[in-house]
Design a protein around this ligand. Structure first.
Ligand code: NAP
Length: 312
């Protein structure tokens, strides 16, 4: 068997919403992976060996090739470090950490142990992203405008971790937009100014506005809001000398200069596991901290405005 058609055994850690909605079906549909174990304090996956936490899993599953970490970001570093030290390849849900420095430390550790670390950004695999990047590569940009707005009570019911330090607040979905922006724009994006609206009973923002520029000074404005009505706005507009490029529906729709672009079927998570397989086979990694660094800069440079309590 060659590396490219190898089948790697994988364990999933943190069996909650995203693990069930996306990871389990994506693994089941990929012949390059076989799910053999799961670690979760309160949940179990059928037909695999289940453990209450990652340390117990790593202690018992000596032959396991890889783990996929799907718990909230506040525990990402400890879980990833334990897995790398146990010799496993590691896939991280987004955001790759609760802070930037811990992700850098994990990358160093992965190199030292010769293991793959994959910091995933699922929105980068939305079908509009690659054609948008290709079209923008040689265009003259004028302005970029991001609107990423949704109702937090609909999308994050009962999730307390999003309101705690490291939970990112509205940047939990907002970082998906930043992962697309940093992928499709031809130059680096720098944060210049931000306003963070933080409910008086929360540690993280419910809304935020970011004013950035690209390395040539093109304005990049992003508005994130979790107090939005029932119709989500997940949109990115890039104004260029050759017309407007508009991504909408989180990357499922693309319109360029008034014309709708035909896109392939949506397959973000299947594509993530294909990429993880490729990285393991090539013994390399993929760790891009740019979206997380912009969020960190927003916390660093942003004005904090207290707003009405969320009322958990
Ligand atoms: P979730 O359902 O609230 O949490 C996932 C699971 O993690 C929980 O069910 C819980 O399982 C475990 N967990 C929670 N707190 C923990 C802790 N302190 N220590 C260890 N395990 C803990 O969250 P989610 O929506 O799946 O999101 C998880 C990650 O995926 C986040 O980083 C999020 O940004 C990302 N993501 C989510 C979505 C989405 O649509 N929800 C989409 C893309 C990416 P046990 O109680 O059984 O341990």
């Amino acid at each position: 068997m060659t590396a490219t058609n190898a089948c790697y055994t994988v364990g999933i850690v943190g069996v909650g919403k995203i693990a069930r909605d996306q990871h389990l079906p994506a693994i089941a549909g990929n012949p390059g992976f076989r799910l053999v174990a799961a670690a979760s304090r309160n949940a179990q996956v059928e037909h695999v060996r289940n453990y209450p936490d990652i340390d117990t899993l790593l202690g018992a599953e000596k032959e396991l090739d890889a783990v996929s970490l799907c718990a909230p970001p506040q525990v990402r570093y400890e879980q990833a470090r334990a897995a790398l030290l146990a010799g496993k390849h590691v896939m991280l849900e987004k955001p790759p950490g609760a802070g930037v420095s811990e992700v850098e430390a994990l990358r160093t550790l992965a190199h030292k142990h010769g293991r793959t670390l994959f910091a995933t950004w699922h929105s980068r695999y939305a079908s509009a992203v690659e054609p948008a990047r290709a079209w923008l590569a040689h265009r003259s940009l004028r302005a970029v405008h991001v609107r990423w707005k949704e109702d937090v009570r609909r999308w994050h019911p009962g999730q307390q971790w999003i309101w705690e330090p490291g939970g990112l607040g509205v940047f939990d979905p907002g970082i998906n937009a930043l992962s697309i922006v940093t992928q499709i724009l031809p130059r680096d994006v720098l944060l210049r100014d931000a306003t963070l609206h933080i409910p008086s009973d929360c540690a993280t923002p419910i809304a935020a506005e970011l004013d950035c520029i690209d390395a040539d000074g093109v304005p990049v404005r992003a508005e994130f809001d979790w107090r939005h009505g029932p119709v989500e706005q997940w949109e990115i507009d890039v104004d260029t000398d050759d017309g407007l490029l508009s991504i909408s529906e989180g990357g499922k729709r693309l319109v360029i200069a008034g014309g709708s672009v035909a896109l392939g079927a949506e397959r973000e998570y299947p594509a993530l596991y294909e990429r993880f397989h490729q990285l393991i086979s090539q013994r390399t990694d993929d760790v891009d901290v740019r979206p997380l660094r912009l969020v960190a800069d927003a916390f660093l440079l942003g004005r904090h405005v207290a707003v009405e309590a969320f009322g958990h």
